[in-house]
Design a protein around this ligand. Sequence first.
Ligand code: NI
Length: 212
Amino acid sequence: MNTTTTDGGKGPTPAGPSPRFTYLVIGVLVAFLLLGTGGFLWMSTGHGDRITSLGGPFQLEDGNGKTVTDRDFRGKYTLVYFGYTFCPDVCPTTLNAVADAMDRLGSKAAKVQPLFITVDPKRDTPAVVKQYAAAFGPKIEGLTGTPEQIAAVAKEYRVYYQEHRTGPGPNDYSMDHSSILYLMGPDGRFVAPIRADQSGEQMAAALAKWIS
Ligand code: NI
């Protein structure tokens, strides 16, 4: 992560913060934005803090259009990921790794329910998320909801997502979104962030450390 910027050759000014300082602050802010929630979590947990305020109650729709809430998953760990089915690369790569990790977890896999929550409810109907999640593995459950329900759950998980226009048509857009997995405990509380950009083998090892 590059948090330093050059000052463009300008020296410090007598009044107010120096350009160098200003650029440094901007650089750090940009780096945090780029890293998103993930970077924040890594930094926090890296210093031994336990974040317990992540996640919370939600009401969504499962692949059959049935209402599901966070309470329906009590008693199991959930591995929560936010993305969207039209995602060209990051989401499919991550979900492949999740499916692979579940295969590698052995007996611990039965204790984990991976959840794929769409940030694109406009296109990702229950039927679409159901078919999409199932394509990666039988254990991954796709969830959607109204735009308001998605916004609420994303806020609880501090997930960033933003529509990005790619053309004039109604479906000409992609979704920018933060990419991190959240391991939640059987009590529904946040346990640990799990990096999305790792192999199934690495992910399984990371999960195994937390699942008892
Ligand atoms: Ni994606």
